[in-house]
Design a protein around this ligand. Structure first.
Ligand SMILES: N[C@@H](CCC(=O)N[C@@H](CS)C(=O)NCC(=O)O)C(=O)O
Length: 310
């Protein structure tokens, strides 16, 4: 995908490959926080907006949290088309309704007309200051987890409880490196060695998590936490996309004894199924490049009983 250079779209791939052929992810540039104590980005209903592609696992995290926390009435959303075009993520000819943006790069130039860099989703947008607050999904979900809790109708569930933070941070580090980003390291590797290393570390972690989930319902005990939701965003895409498109094919998620019912358990958690758009998942991974043919299978039943507790 291309990028912006001094506010102009260039249809040239940015170099993201290391000397050993390994994929290197670019840092997100916008890192401010909405917080009750913030003067710059205060908590207000209707002030913030998300620009998201629901097929993307990173952007999906924010859609999932918006639902889990019942923030739909306070934070609005624009969805890009699942597949990228020659100018990156697009809202189509009809444009999205907040900024009348045609492409995601228009959102970035609305914030900074000389922006240089990748135009990634998700973006958390401030309607008051007409700028991007943050474009790093791990930070946006932390904000959604608690910053808006004082607004009416918000679900007060805490997916990053104080007592479990150390454990969650540790799991997040492992899961990000070897699973969330690990599937991309398999799919985007430019050498056999880099691919095989990514593949081995990915499946080593999945085996480890499978054993851990034999003992407990969720990664940190009896209730889902941020660590589970971040893992879920990758697992729900695994058999549909990563297994074939990214060559993560030692085995399918469906073949894991515990990870597969665990994924169904999370899918069946109140509200979650509504956030998963299987066509968008296929669209982003198979529709962005010619011949743009979406696979019909595999057939997966996420509603099959999981037998993992109430
Ligand atoms: N660190 C970012 C990564 C987001 C990301 O890579 N999003 C992809 C979509 S799955 C994207 O927009 N890619 C476009 C590009 O890299 O130019 C986050 O977690 O928010």
């Amino acid at each position: 995908m291309g990028q912006l250079v001094s506010g102009q779209w260039r249809d040239e791939e940015l170099r993201r490959i290391g000397s050993k052929g390994e994929f290197i992810r670019t840092e997100s540039p916008y890192r401010a926080w909405v917080a009750p104590s913030s003067r710059e980005f205060a908590v207000e209903s209707g002030r913030y907006h998300l620009f998201v592609n629901s097929g993307c696992p990173w952007a999906y995290r924010t859609l999932l949290y918006r639902k889990l926390k019942s923030l739909e009435q306070h934070i609005s959303v624009s969805l890009t088309a699942p597949a990228a075009g020659p100018e990156g993520w697009t809202f189509g000819e009809a444009r999205e309704s907040l900024l009348h943006a045609h492409h995601m790069h228009d959102v970035y130039t609305n914030a900074d007309n000389l922006f240089t860099g990748r135009c990634t989703v998700p973006v958390l947008w401030d309607k008051t200051q007409q700028t991007i607050v943050n474009n790093e999904s791990s930070e946006i979900i932390r904000m959604l987890n608690s910053a808006f809790d004082g607004l009416p109708g918000v679900t007060l569930a805490d997916y990053y409880p104080e007592a479990l933070r150390e454990q969650i941070d540790e799991l997040n580090e492992l899961v990000y490196r070897t699973v969330n980003n690990g599937v991309y390291r398999c799919g985007f590797a430019q050498s056999q060695t880099a691919y095989e290393q990514a593949y081995d570390t990915l499946f080593n972690t999945l085996d480890l998590l499978d054993s851990r989930l034999a003992e407990q319902r969720y990664l940190c005990g009896d209730s889902p936490t941020e660590a589970d939701w971040r893992l879920f965003a990758t697992l729900i895409r695994f058999d549909l996309a990563y297994y074939s498109q990214f060559r993560c094919n030692r085995n399918m998620l469906q073949e894991f004894t515990h990870l597969w019912p665990y994924t169904r358990d999370l899918y069946q958690y109140p509200g979650v199924a509504e956030t998963v758009d299987f066509e968008a998942i296929k669209g982003i991974y198979f529709g962005s490049r010619p011949p743009r043919i979406l696979p019909k299978g595999p057939v997966l039943d996420f509603y099959e009983p999981h037998h993992r507790g109430a």
